[in-house]
Write a protein that binds this ligand. Structure first.
Ligand code: DOR
Ligand code: ZN
Length: 421
């Protein structure tokens, strides 16, 4: 058994105590630690974050990002687990593509990896059967992100199909809410608000990257949940000129008032997620939408905490505890006995400026260039020191401590048929 000792948030209080670790899991938390193998940690020990919205590309778009490069970037950003999105080439709307990605992750991912199943017009009739088949082997975090608007008609899901799907499956469905009838040359706030309203009429969803105050308030009054990205609260349309040809992202950056209003109600949000959407410089110049962010989200937010602009409880709820709860990732979340010993250690005096050349994504541009951030000095994954002062100490490949990794279904669960209908 090993142990670390330091400052961390435990059951709502910041305490200074020891954390005993056994077999990758937090065994005990106590004031005094008897074991000789205790390491005193300077800085603040936070739970690692879970980024529930990343696009790690790979497959035919390995020039933009791979599961290996994306997960390395995620590790440097203090993440222990990601939820990858299915809009890859080829699209993940069937068992074979799902399995292929999971097998790549098994060998190449630096951190724990899960993958959403895509909903298309082609597979919507059989979605419950596909879920069933995949869940005999893996655990799907959600169906989505479902595109209500997409340039490829096969991937654009009309409301009635979404409604039918909602009735048919109990699995979490994550929605990219923008109403196609309100999108022409621009993608106005009303397109998002309208889509959110329509979806809320027929069921509970998880809304990706909500970018308006009105949507946030609407959703927070229901059983549905939602994500906010750092770019929709820290950037706004006044930045577009500076970004020039790189500025496109969906949903788009809103005006300054909207972004501030959204930041102001951040506590209503369930999750902060990056929507890490890396593209080549050439694609960006041609107007392809998307910003990278898996490495910068937590460091940007920890810097805001350092400045007193967000509290430690809100931060850990949005980055670790709620993502685990909403997506059902057992043993992930806050620093708690029985959870994995996944920690990111931050020195709050270690402020640096974000520079694209220091990030580990394949993307060669970040909207947060020169923003202040606090990167983690250490990252522990299941008790193992994985990152120390900028050096990665682990090899890629998913570390299995137990059979309950989120990507794989336990034997008992399979037999009782408790997976998706
Ligand atoms: O800007 C975006 N880029 N928004 C999305 O919803 C998809 C993403 C991508 O995959 O590039
Ligand atoms: Zn999206």
């Amino acid at each position: 058994m090993v142990a670390i000792y330091g400052k961390f948030l435990y059951r709502g209080e910041i305490i200074e105590a020891g954390i005993e670790i056994e077999n990758g899991v937090i065994k005990d938390i106590k004031k005094t630690i008897e074991t000789e193998k205790v390491e005193k940690i300077d800085g603040l020990i936070l739970p690692t974050s879970i980024d529930v919205h990343v696009h790690f590309r790979d497959f035919e778009e390995s020039d933009k990002e791979t599961i290996e490069s994306g997960s390395l970037s995620a590790l440097y950003g203090g993440n222990c687990l990601v939820v990858d999105q299915p809009n890859t080439n080829p699209f993940v709307d069937n068992f074979d593509e799902y399995e292929k990605r999971m097998e790549i992750a098994e060998k190449k991912s630096y951190i724990d990896y899960t993958l959403n199943l895509g909903l298309t017009l082609k597979n919507s009739e059989r979605i419950h059967e596909i879920i069933k088949k995949i869940e005999e082997k893996y655990r799907i975090p959600a169906v989505g992100e479902v595109f209500l608007q997409h340039n490829n008609p096969e991937f654009q899901i009309p409301y009635d199909v979404l409604e039918e799907t909602r009735k048919k499956i109990s699995k979490l469905i994550t929605v990219h809410a923008e109403d196609p009838s309100l999108i022409q040359d621009t993608r106005p706030p009303e397109a998002e608000i309208e889509a959110v309203k329509r979806c809320l009429e027929f069921g509970d969803f998880h809304f990706c990257h909500v970018s308006t105050y009105d949507s946030a308030v609407l959703i927070s009054d229901t059983n549905s949940t939602f994500e906010v990205t750092p770019h929709h609260i820290l950037l706004n349309s006044e930045d577009l000129k500076r970004f020039g040809e790189f500025s496109r992202v969906n949903p788009p950056l809103r005006d300054k008032v909207e972004a501030e209003m959204l930041f102001n109600v951040l506590q209503l949000a369930d999750i902060l997620a990056s929507d890490h959407a890396p593209h080549t410089l050439e694609d960006k110049k041609n107007g392809t939408p998307g910003f990278p962010g898996v490495e910068t989200t937590y460091p940007l937010m920890v810097n805001l905490m350092r400045r007193g602009l967000i509290g430690i409880r809100t931060l850990t709820n949005l980055m670790a505890i709620n993502p685990a709860k909403i997506f059902g990732f057992e043993k992930y979340g806050g620093i708690e006995i029985g959870n994995y010993a996944n920690f990111a250690v931050f020195n709050l005096k270690g402020v640096s400026k974000i520079k694209i050349e220091r990030l580990h994504t394949k993307a060669e541009w970040t909207p947060f260039e020169n923003f202040e951030a606090v990167f983690p000095e250490r990252v522990y994954l299941k008790g193992e020191l994985a990152l120390l002062n900028g050096d990665v100490l682990i090899e890629p490949g998913i570390r299995k401590k137990e059979e309950t990794d989120p990507g794989e279904v336990e034997e008992s669960e399979k037999n009782t048929g408790s997976s998706e209908n």
